[in-house]
Design a protein around this ligand. Structure first.
Ligand SMILES: C[S@@+](CC[C@H](N)C(=O)[O-])C[C@H]1O[C@@H](n2cnc3c(N)ncnc32)[C@H](O)[C@@H]1O
Length: 335
């Protein structure tokens, strides 16, 4: 029998999403990581008004984000590991950004769809990233949140690309360095370089030192549109191409081609949209996020990328799934 249930569940999905993002922004999971608390104690620590506090916390229990036993609230195993700001596994930096900024931008989706224009005010956008890059502690938390998500992609690339044929790798837009560290760990013969904007350097260096890889992993500061890329046998770009319009995408692919030696490999990894454009809802909605957030960015299919790679001169272009929504597109400069 037909039922509107699936439609209504999706339509109300933002209720649960907003409740979770608010909990992260308020620091609920970080407070509860110190130990279980009752309603009064949670309300006091987070300055919650009594009217909504109980429903808010019990809704998070119903959504599987909190536990409650004998009137005491506590984190689940997953929220404790991934949403406590004091743990290195924290992924809440991205969710804090979603709570404070992206959620509001998504509100303007109908306007973006009618005009084709991004909905983040350019000043607001500028202020957000200027503030991020000016505050080392916030920048580190943001970059480490990316690491929480991209470390697994680096490990999967290490397993699926023929690094035994190569000696050096360059990760362009490397953030904290999750991918170069994962690649260097998996392949002890490799040296790896991370390329990103200069303020990222000290944060990258600390992350590499924590992994004891200073002898093989180093940082190169620069702007990938203005500066030449350092040469390496393999060049990686993770979640970079989708930020930009077609001309910039092609410019970055051509820049990688020029920086590679004959036979060198190029890998871009993204939440690649399936070629039929009907299965990877995350990738498709990521592309809508690029409409909302960037001047001209969009996500793409493996078939789209294959065309751009081949136009740039790459051969033996292929696509491989990594994990979650991420896949890589690889190609080789003719030997
Ligand atoms: C979306 S993050 C991707 C980080 C990482 N590759 C990953 O997949 O998690 C984009 C990265 O590109 C860097 N970036 C942005 N514009 C840049 C530019 N013009 N030159 C160099 N790096 C840039 C940012 O600092 C950030 O670390």
């Amino acid at each position: 029998m037909s039922s509107p249930e699936a439609i209504l569940q999706l339509a109300h999905g933002y209720w649960g999403s907003r409740a979770l993002l608010a909990a992260v922004e308020l620091g609920l999971f970080t407070e509860l990581a110190e130990g279980p608390l009752d309603l009064g104690a949670v309300s006091e620590r987070l300055s919650l008004h009594p009217r909504g506090a109980r429903d808010f916390l019990d809704a998070l229990v119903a959504l599987g984000m909190l536990e409650r036993a004998d009137g005491l609230y506590s984190n689940t195993a997953d929220t404790d590991l991934f949403l406590d700001r004091n743990k290195p596994s924290y992924v809440g930096g991205l969710l804090e950004m979603a709570s404070q900024r992206l959620y509001r931008i998504w509100d303007a989706l109908p306007e973006a769809l009618r005009t084709g224009r991004r909905q983040s005010e350019s000043n607001d956008e500028h202020d957000f990233f200027a503030a991020l890059y000016a505050d080392p502690a916030r920048l580190e938390s943001f970059l480490s949140a990316m690491t929480g998500l991209s470390h697994a992609a680096g490990a999967a690339i290490a397993a699926k690309f023929p690094f035994d044929r190569y000696e050096s790798v360059l990760d362009v837009g490397c953030a904290q360095g999750a991918a170069p560290v994962a690649l260097a760990k998996a392949h002890p013969h490799l040296t790896a370089t991370g390329f990103d904007l200069p303020p990222v350097g000290p944060i990258f260096d600390r992350y590499v030192a924590r992994h004891g890889l200073e002898d093989r992993v180093s940082f190169h500061g620069g702007d990938f549109f203005k500066d030449p890329l350092p040469s390496a046998d393999v060049i990686v770009m993770g979640h970079i191409l989708h930020d930009w319009g077609l001309d910039e995408k092609k410019q970055l692919i051509a820049k990688a081609y020029d920086a590679l030696p004959p036979g060198g490999g190029f890998i871009a990894y993204e939440a690649l949209i399936d070629d039929e454009r009907r299965a990877n809802a995350f990738g498709l909605l990521m592309s809508v996020t690029m409409l909302l957030e960037t001047e001209a960015g969009f996500d793409f299919t493996g078939a789209d990328a294959r065309g751009w790679y081949e136009d740039a001169g790459f051969e033996n272009v292929g696509v491989a799934h990594l994990n979650g929504p991420d896949s890589m597109v690889f190609g080789f400069k003719p030997a």
